[in-house]
Design a protein around this ligand. Structure first.
Ligand SMILES: Cc1cc2nc3c(=O)[nH]c(=O)nc-3n(C[C@H](O)[C@H](O)[C@H](O)COP(=O)(O)O)c2cc1C
Length: 213
């Protein structure tokens, strides 16, 4: 057994109090997100773990990149034939997790995914670097591959096919927006007595409560 029992540290960078928290969890998210960006401590502040559940009941988490956030939700882009998209087709309830550990912070979001419109997909697709556009066409995301050259050959063939032309947005590629039902903000504290606040959507707006760590 590899023993990790001695790897531990105290969390003491900050504290979270109810009076510091915005009325809207989306405002609070923007506030923490901006602090993550400004801190220069988080290399990939948009990286989040998206968890979905497969039709046979197994959860899977994987990293995706946040590409937009507002009161409507959290947006990311992917391949609509991927495993995650198959899971979402079956069960649109998902979780997002941001682990901003250098700031001793975590945000967990529960919500429901819905697909963005074709116009929104095209607008974002055409804003991406050309190589990323070709990569979207080249990858049969989540399918088993024989070897690396299969992928490289497809990329080269598509580069030639679209040479001098605009790369169209594939029908099988686009975005989801996660409409949040709950958002939890966690700030590490010393002696493992961390601060934890959760906003839950109710008929009368957001309900905010402290939870035990
Ligand atoms: C830093 C990082 C960023 C990633 N961003 C995305 C992304 O925005 N969209 C995406 O589909 N996959 C992204 N991936 C790849 C996914 O983690 C995953 O491997 C892929 O989407 C296939 O997942 P699935 O088979 O569970 O559907 C990223 C991986 C990493 C490590």
């Amino acid at each position: 057994m590899t023993d990790m029992s001695d790897i531990r540290r105290e969390y003491q960078l900050g504290e979270l109090h109810r009076k510091q928290l915005a009325d809207s969890p989306h405002t609070q998210f923007d506030h923490w997100f901006q602090q993550s960006v400004n801190s220069d401590l988080i290399k990939d502040p948009t990286a989040m773990t998206l968890s979905t559940v497969s039709p046979d009941g197994y959860p899977t988490g994987r990293t995706v990149l946040l590409k937009g956030h507002d009161e409507a939700g959290f947006r990311f882009f992917t391949n609509f034939t991927s495993d995650k998209a198959e899971d979402i087709n079956f069960n649109a309830n998902v979780s997002l997790l941001f682990a901003w550990l250098p700031l001793e912070r975590q945000i967990i979001i529960s919500g429901t995914a819905y697909q963005l419109t074709r116009e929104e997909n095209e607008a974002y697709f055409h804003s991406r670097p050309r190589a990323s556009q070709l990569a979207a066409w080249s990858s049969f995301q989540s399918a088993m591959a024989q070897d690396r050259s299969e992928l490289d050959l497809r990329f080269d063939a598509l580069s030639r096919e679209f040479e001098g032309k605009e790369v169209p947005c594939p029908e099988f590629w686009g975005g989801y927006c996660i409409e949040a039902h709950s958002l939890e903000f966690w700030q590490g504290r010393s002696e493992r007595l961390h601060d934890r606040f959760r906003y839950t959507r109710t008929e009368n707006g957001w309900h905010l409560a402290r939870y035990n760590p």
